[in-house]
Design a protein around this ligand. Structure first.
Ligand SMILES: NC(=O)c1ccc[n+]([C@@H]2O[C@H](COP(=O)([O-])OP(=O)(O)OC[C@H]3O[C@@H](n4cnc5c(N)ncnc54)[C@H](O)[C@@H]3O)[C@@H](O)[C@H]2O)c1
Length: 391
């Protein structure tokens, strides 16, 4: 089955998706032939270069030009959050299957509309929470579903980075509320909220959060490199325009799940030394599981039923044929990496289209995730607990 794809956005996720699309049919022999038809961006010479680098047949500079093309089956959205809704709704209206990066949209209201339109149109829709596609994360979900942990007491999740600690780092779109919606909250908490929902099968009932912007003004992103190297310690420079940072730099929250489990979540871009420290620990009555993305081929497991004299954490190498996705990869111990999560993700998406079966996470999960994100932001304003279902 041939599937022609239009990819909107060609930078970080554009590159990751291009790789995942290419490698999916190599590792997953599902009889699907994805075709990298057209890649879209706003700046002609850059998108032309991306088309060459990533092997797309054509390029264009306005996403509207590809949406109604008869030869396009899939619209893949890898642009900033502000564009997701408009592009997705247009694609759904044109009957295309849609893959969209996370967070699904700027807020729960937008995401609900996207979900409803996708469901009405009957198109396959998928949301880019690639960490679900780490075999170790999928094994954690399976073990919890098999009741290996019993009743869940705690979900303890952090997603820590440090890439904007330098005050001279410019105010790119990810630091602009009107484009990104929020900072590490929508960027990183979105992922760990999704992992918590995925692994436990539970929903968050209510939340209370706090957030802070540590560096409130930064150089404009259009500043030339030479100028930014002349910035003073506080990031200012007489020749450089300083603009407001309109998102938080860090956001943490407490969560009560519907089952009664307690959760803590922390996302920051100011955890010095932490690069992509995405870690979730789940404590249950019969055991504990820990998934840490930077050691993604392993799942840590403590089993309360082990004899006391040998109790302790074991580190499961999730590279056996019996583990999720691994039968399509390498022999035991031949580990996989970040890019391979996108391969697993696109293989699942393509198979869903072929079999006309909905895949997860999809726009429903995007809406549920946005509800939690919105509830946390609201609670930071009201300084009270906020029910998620009210969002
Ligand atoms: N799944 C993950 O692990 C992960 C990681 C990073 C980012 N993301 C998500 O992916 C999305 C993109 O983030 P990114 O890091 O790739 O950003 P990026 O800045 O690296 O790339 C954004 C791309 O969108 C393009 N673009 C912007 N506006 C456009 C428009 N109007 N029309 C066409 N193209 C447009 C830009 O030219 C650029 O190519 C965001 O939703 C982000 O949250 C997901």
């Amino acid at each position: 089955m041939k599937l022609n794809i239009a990819l909107i956005g060609y930078k970080f996720m554009g590159k990751a998706h291009s790789f995942g699309i290419d490698a999916a049919p190599f590792f997953f022999k599902d009889g699907i032939e994805p075709v990298k038809k057209v890649i879209c961006g706003r700046t002609e010479h850059l998108v032309k270069q991306a088309a060459e680098d990533f092997g797309w047949e054509e390029y264009c500079t306005d996403w509207r030009d590809v949406i109604n093309r008869e030869d396009i089956d899939i619209v893949d959205i890898a642009t900033p959050t502000i564009n997701h809704k408009e592009i997705a709704l247009a694609a759904i209206k044109a009957g295309k299957h849609v893959f969209c990066e996370k967070p699904l949209s700027m807020n729960a209201q937008e995401s609900k509309e996207m979900m409803e339109e996708a469901e009405k149109a009957g198109v396959i829709n998928m949301l880019g929470h690639n960490y679900r596609r780490c075999p170790a994360a999928a094994l954690a979900k399976k073990m919890i579903a098999e009741n290996k942990l019993g009743k869940i007491y705690h979900v303890r999740a952090v997603y820590l980075q440090d890439w904007i600690m330098d005050p001279a780092f410019p105010a790119i779109w990810k630091l602009n509320k009107d484009i990104a919606g929020s900072g590490p909250h929508g960027d990183l908490n979105a992922h760990i909220i999704d992992l918590a929902r995925f692994m436990t099968g539970d929903e968050i009932d209510e939340v209370v959060g706090m957030k802070e912007t540590f560096i409130k003004k930064r150089p404009s992103p259009v500043v030339e490199r030479e100028l930014s190297s002349m910035l003073k310690a506080d990031g200012s420079n007489d020749e450089v325009e300083m603009i407001d940072v309109t998102v938080e730099d860090a956001c943490s929250f407490l969560a009560k799940f519907k089952s009664g489990s307690l959760g803590t979540f922390e996302a920051t871009r100011f955890a010095g030394g932490r690069k992509n420290y995405n870690r979730i620990e789940i404590n249950g009555e019969k055991g504990t599981l820990i998934f840490e993305f930077e050691d993604m081929n392993r799942l840590q497991y403590w089993n309360a039923e082990d004899p006391q004299e040998v109790q302790g954490f074991k580190s499961i190498m999730v590279t056996e044929d019996c583990h999720p996705y691994i039968a399509n990869w390498w022999p035991p111990g031949h580990i996989i990496g970040y890019e391979n999560t996108f391969v697993n993700e696109f293989a699942d998406f393509f198979r869903a289209i072929k079999e006309n079966k909905q895949v997860t996470p999809n726009f429903y999960d995007g809406w549920k995730g946005n509800q939690v994100l919105d509830a946390v932001l609201k609670s930071t304003e009201t300084r009270t607990w906020q029910k998620v279902d009210e969002m």
